[in-house]
Every structure is written in structure tokens, then in C-alpha cells.
Design a protein around this ligand. Sequence first.
Ligand code: GUN
Length: 298
Amino acid sequence: MTTAIRIDGKAKAAEMSEKIAAATAAFKAEHGVTPGLAVVIIGEDPASQIYVRNKKKRAESCGFYSVQHSIAEDTSQEDVLQLINELNNDASIHGILVQLPLPAHLDDQLVTQAISPGKDVDGFHFVNIGKLTSGNTADAFVPCTPAGCMLMIEDHLGADLSGLSAVVLGRSNIVGKPMASLLLQANATVTVTHSRTKDLAGVVRQADIVVAAVGRANMVKGDWVKPGAVVIDVGINRVESTVDGETKSCLTGDVDFDAVSEVAKAITPVPGGVGPMTIIMLMSNTLRAAKLSVGLDG
Ligand code: GUN
């Protein structure tokens, strides 16, 4: 029995960070512009607080100007739109991200569509979604998590996935749908599965590439995976585990890592796989937005 390669997203993101920091320094020197990223967080969701803190740290290590707007849970829709409008018109800000999920009284669509498409470093604006799904990826801001997943897939299978089948678990706008578009663009034959899919294990077992983004701890089992598949685990689930009578809270993915490692060719761990890649793609998108703002190609 073989053990899969553990895809080290943390190390890859650190390498990319050095390159982005160097490119940022060169861009600043040449154009006198510092890439600016504004992250808006509404409410106190603890997981979102951690993600946002990590985004800010990475932005600073890349040499960006980074601002965080932490606003109260009960802020009105109007006030959120007003803040986005100010950021759209702020020349020191090149990328705007509103951390999701939003409190229930706010409308995700209204908020994400209010961000100017040229500052939409999350790639959630309809203009960017349209560019991605119509195959104009070079011209789009691509959502960060699927973009990071693609880089890791390419490392193991190359940029052209012709003849390979890919199964995406989950049909969210943040991960599942844009992931499917990117895989299709790379010539994979793509199936998107969801809660209504019949014989999910049987469908997943056909795939050379599995991307799991459902938010259910350890759902993908060893016997669901085709031998030699590349498995990307987007899930971040907090679970309680008891070791020697002590209960601890820990993070686990959507994939049963140990069991799938016996079957797959390569697999991402949680944490240390997709998470750091998501953040670095946000930095890459922000630098690109800053370059586009001065008329460079990005
Ligand atoms: N929440 C979980 N993932 C993301 C993401 O990629 N962007 C934003 N804005 N919120 C998220």
C-alpha cells in the first residue's frame, strides 16, 4: 500500500508570498503605488475573525497597505453599502473583501455586487463570474479558494487536464461553481455533486481529481477514492476529539485524511493545505488590481 504525497499548501503559499513581496517592492519603486487591501468583517463570528487576522498578516508581509473595518453585527444594510461605496472611491484601496458569511439581516448579493468589479479581489461580482464562466479567465478576478486549488492540481497533473475526470463536491458560489469552471477551462471532464446526488461514493470513485467542499467532517472515505487520484480538501470543520480522557477541539477537512492517503496519489492536509493558498491568491489578486489601476496588464 502506498501513501499519498502530502500537498504542502503552507510551504507553497510561503514561496509565493516571497515572490509577491518582491514584485510589490518593484511595483512600488517604479510606480510609487502601494497595493491597498480593505477587509470588512461584520459581527463576531470566531472563525471569520481568525481568517481575517491571517489575511491582514499576510497582506502586511507582502508589503501591502492593509486596512480592516470591523463593524457591529447589527449594522444596517445601508451603512454597509455606504462603507463599500467609500472604499470603491478610495484611491489607496485596490482590493475590497467583505468576509462571508454575513449576519442574517444583510443580503449577500447586494453587498458583493456593490463592490466595484475592478476591486473585487474575491471574484464574486457578476462581471468577474461572467468572465470566468465564459472562459475569459485571464481577464477575471478568480475566486481565491478555487484559484489556489487549481495551482496545487497543476503541480501534480500539469496545466492541461485533457482526458481526466474531476468531481467537485459542493455547488457553492464561493468554491464549487468557480472550481468547476476552472477545471473545465483546463479541459477536465467535470461533475459537480451536491446533497441531491445519488450514489455519491460511486460518482466520486470515477474521478482522477476530487475537490471536496461540503463542510462535513471526514465525509470522503478511503473506498470512495480511485487509486492514484489527486484529492483537494477544502473543508475546515471544527470537531471535538478525546485523547487520553482530554477533550480537545481541532480542525479537520471533508476527507478522511488517513484512509484516503492510502489510496490517493496526492492529498491536501487540513490545516496547511487549501487555507494558506486561499490567502495567498487574495494577495495575488490584490497586487493585480493595483497594477491594473495604473494601466499595467497585471
Ligand atoms: N468566507 C469563506 N471563504 C471566503 C472567501 O473566499 N471570501 C470571503 N469574502 N469570505 C469567505
